[in-house]
Write a protein that binds this ligand. Structure first.
Ligand code: ADP
Ligand code: MG
Length: 801
């Protein structure tokens, strides 16, 4: 029982309040007393509610001595309120009353109030904060630190070791900007801390030269790399040194900054807000759930993520907030699936003889994995619930033929089917492949005197003439076309199907949620099969695409040629070019991928253009080179890829946009510049662009001074062909959100969670399932707060309509 401890503290705080919050009530100050009180009371605490109270008091009054007067008064008031309200009769297991219902007297604004309602935030500051995406008080409370400076782990330059992450304090000696051959601005600074000097480099941030004045002391944090045998840091995080923090704190939060916002100012502001708000935040997770999954309360998590007491508390806070984000994702996708399946679908009869005839007409035998996937799909088609399935299989694993069998079955039921590809080239490719497969099967059946449908197959793409399109639309609406193959013009335009039973969506990143919504809005509820070659580890797939059932083709057709993969150092670039030339002389073609430029697509396009010009004029003046980058229009890209496919270019210089599956059987070399900057999964996708024909093919990875980790990644890809294995490795090794951007996957932004937090992810998935099974619509009173959060979380994407 902590009743007496509560009474004792209440008395002291009341006295402090009476004396005008001068911190004179106890000798040595409130901070000291509070530390002791927290320690003792924590030991005496018997249940979660008591622990939480102690945590809240601690957070509220934290660092009392350095608070401004107004802050002190508020803090005392809040703490007293909590202490007086606390009812010690709460038994373990019994939910505690929600901490301080809705309107606390102080603060006089809500989380939705604009930042200007905080005293000390002028409209000028509000404008600057807006650049950080901060508009409301709540945005500030949820502006999490980018990192924490652990000043106890500070190193000197002389102590640095290659490959480690480190923080140093150093004085700037010299700074200068210069322009690289590719038009990038490089800022180089020479810094010293008395033990040694070090070069530090930043790219395309010319203003840094002004800000990093010689003589200034700064804190630098980043990975130690080597250049020409000397240690260096490339684009480290930095900020001006603040001595007082080093003396008062061990883990210092570092917030994103912008012009005109000082680190200290922002840290103070957030500190006072957190102290004020954290105790009032309503915890969306019912007590029982928190206990079950061993999660700290939201108020504690929020204050600890900003101002952690130590590494353990920071980890607990991260875990809690990360759990919340994953839980919200899960509840969202489960809800999507549930809604999709509320509509009755159209059960199809499975014509096993027909499927068998089709499969045996193929010039090869299906792999076991293809067989299994096909059976799973057919079983879904027979159900009255609309199918919602993801078919995942590495590049070349043979997804098309599986999809074709499903299309055939739909047609055999007298219904229509459609397949949608992301580009016109891919749509055409599918059109040719699928027509050929079905024609061959029909011919084969005819020879054996069996009946076999000869479906009418049409290609619907943007480049058809208006007249052609209109005719096609009419034919589709009349049911005169059985299989429509196209780009997403197929659902966006005024296409009306007579009887659409199956829609296949190929190579989409966000997997059809929008497309399904579009179909639904036309009143269809077809079976949907989404295909992707992006190998995603299973846990992750289940999380992100939890609204889809999963089939995996995890086996390659036999006899696939292995693509010889070589990692070359930058010094071997000449050799790589010679190799490309030799292949071209044998009549083959090559891709050259330009390095990833993180800043923007525009800068990347510029860099790619420069590289293309250099290659064309200096290295391959006698060859024809094409250029492809993300700033080009869709048609322009298509035209270039088509020209490359027709053999009009020897070499295609491209940014990462070439990643998505186009077939150029004559291309045999994939040369990737700056390979260390790409993830394994992505390198694997590049590699899949070659080896599509009969010729032996090669993947050359050029990397300038990769980090240790980069080196390890390149070794793995040299040795491994298995896309799933590579994806697992990638996930293990890469940092926050790098696996692929969450935006790309169509998820709401994750603030804390990383997709590599696999354990938390699985826990959250289990929890979500339990909640969902109990209450799919989250209508129970204990889920009200949670329901609201799910809605808000998904709101920005508009996916849950
Ligand atoms: P992806 O899964 O990348 O879409 P595709 O469907 O384009 O792969 O198949 C790649 C190639 O493999 C095609 O040329 C196809 O004819 C061939 N293929 C598919 N299945 C098999 C199999 N079981 N055995 C041999 N070759 C196959
Ligand atoms: Mg394919």
């Amino acid at each position: 029982m902590i009743t007496s401890a509560i009474q004792k503290l209440t008395k002291i705080l009341a006295e402090e309040q009476k004396q005008g919050c001068q911190d004179r009530v106890v000798i040595g100050g409130l901070d000291k007393l509070l530390r002791r009180w927290v320690e003792e009371t924590k030991q005496a605490a018997e249940n979660e509610a008591e622990h939480r109270l102690v945590d809240e008091i601690k957070t509220t009054l934290h660092d009392y001595a350095s608070k401004a007067d107004a802050e002190r008064r508020t803090a005392i008031e809040v703490a007293l309120k909590r202490l007086r309200e606390f009812s010690p009769v709460t038994k373990p297991g019994e939910p505690t009353p929600a901490p301080v219902p809705s309107q606390p007297k102080e603060p006089a604004f809500t989380l939705d109030s604009p930042v200007t309602s905080i005293r000390g935030v002028s409209t000028a500051y509000a404008r600057r904060l807006a650049r950080l995406g901060v508009r409301t008080v709540g945005d500030l409370v949820y502006l999490f630190p980018r990192r924490y400076d652990d000043f106890s782990a500070l190193k000197t330059i002389a102590q640095l070791r290659y490959g480690e992450e480190a923080t140093i304090i150093a004085t700037i000696w010299e700074v200068q900007n210069r322009e690289s051959r590719r038009g990038q601005v490089i800022t180089k600074a020479l810094v010293s801390d008395g033990t040694a000097t070090m070069q530090v480099t930043w790219f395309n941030q010319p203003y840094l030269a002004q800000r990093l004045q010689p003589g200034r002391q700064i804190v630098l944090s980043g990975k130690v790399e080597a250049y020409l045998g000397r240690l260096t840091m490339s684009s480290p995080a930095w900020e001006p040194l603040e001595r007082e923090l080093i003396h008062t704190a061990r883990l210092v939060p570092v917030y994103p900054l912008t012009e005109g916002i000082g680190a200290r100012w922002l840290r103070r502001l957030i500190k006072s807000l957190i102290d004020l708000w954290a105790p009032h935040l309503r915890d969306p997770l019912p007590e029982e759930l928190r206990r079950k999954y061993d999660l700290i309360s939201l108020p504690t998590a929020m204050s600890q993520i900003h101002f952690p007491d130590n590494r353990q508390m920071l980890e607990a806070a991260r875990r809690r907030l990360c759990f919340d984000e994953f839980l919200l994702i899960q509840l969202g996708v489960l809800r999507q699936r549930w809604e999709w399946q509320q509509w009755p679908g159209r059960p199809l009869t499975i014509d096993h003889d027909l499927i068998h005839a089709f499969v045996s007409s193929l010039p090869y035998v299906l792999t076991n994995a293809q067989q299994r996937a096909l059976e799973e799909i057919l079983a879904d088609l027979a159900k009255a619930k609309p199918m919602s399935r993801l078919l995942q299989g590495d590049v070349g694993s043979g997804k098309t033929v599986v999809a074709t069998a499903a299309l055939l079955n739909a047609v055999a039921n007298g219904a229509q089917a459609a397949i949608m590809a992301p580009t016109e080239i891919l749509a055409e490719q599918h059109y040719q492949t699928i027509s050929a497969l079905l024609e061959a099967a029909a011919d084969c059946a005819a020879r054996q005197g069996r009946t076999f449908p000869r479906p009418v197959i049409r290609l619907l793409i943007g480049s058809l003439s208006q007249g052609e399109k209109e005719t096609l639309h009419r034919n589709i609406a009349a049911g005169e076309v059985d299989i429509v193959i196209g780009t997403h013009a197929l659902i966006q335009e005024s296409v009306v199907f007579k009887d659409l039973a199956l829609a296949v969506i190929d190579e989409q990143h966000r997997f059809g949620v929008n497309q399904r919504a579009a179909l639904r809005s036309k009143g269809y509820s077809p079976h949907v099969l989404v295909m992707t070659a992006t190998p995603i580890p299973r846990t992750l797939a289940l999380t992100i695409y939890g609204d889809l059932d999963l089939s995996v083709i995890d086996e390659m057709p036999p006899g696939r040629q292995r693509i010889e993969t070589r990692w070359l150092s930058a010094l071997e670039r000449e050799r790589a070019y010679n190799f490309v030339r030799a292949q071209v002389e044998q009549g083959r073609q090559a891709f050259i991928i330009c390095p990833l430029v993180e800043e923007s697509e525009k800068i990347e396009a510029r860099a790619a253009t420069a590289e293309y010009e250099r290659l064309q004029s200096e290295i391959f003046p006698d060859l024809k080179l094409g250029l492809l980058h993300g700033r080009m229009k869709g048609e322009e890209k298509e035209a270039i890829m088509n020209a490359f496919r027709r053999g009009e270019y020897h070499i295609l210089v491209s940014t990462a946009v070439v990643e998505v599956g186009i077939d150029v059987p004559n291309a045999t070399v994939m040369l990737v510049e700056g390979a260390n900057r790409f993830g394994l999964a992505q390198l694997h996708q590049f590699r899949g662009r070659v080896g599509r024909g009969e010729y032996p093919s090669y993947c050359l990875l050029l990397a300038d001074t990769p980090s240790l980790e980069g080196e390890q990644r390149l070794r793995i890809i040299e040795e491994t062909d298995d896309g799933f294995k590579l994806a697992e490795e990638d996930l293990k090794m890469r940092g926050p959100g790098e696996f692929f951007g969450t935006r790309q996957a169509g998820l709401p932004d994750l603030k804390v969670a990383r997709l590599s937090d696999v354990h938390v992810l699985e826990t959250a998935r289990t929890a979500a399932k339990e909640i969902f099974e109990r209450d799919p619509t989250l209508s129970l009173p204990e889920y009200q707060a949670l329901a609201q959060q799910v809605a808000e979380f998904w709101q920005t994407k508009g996916d849950l309509s």
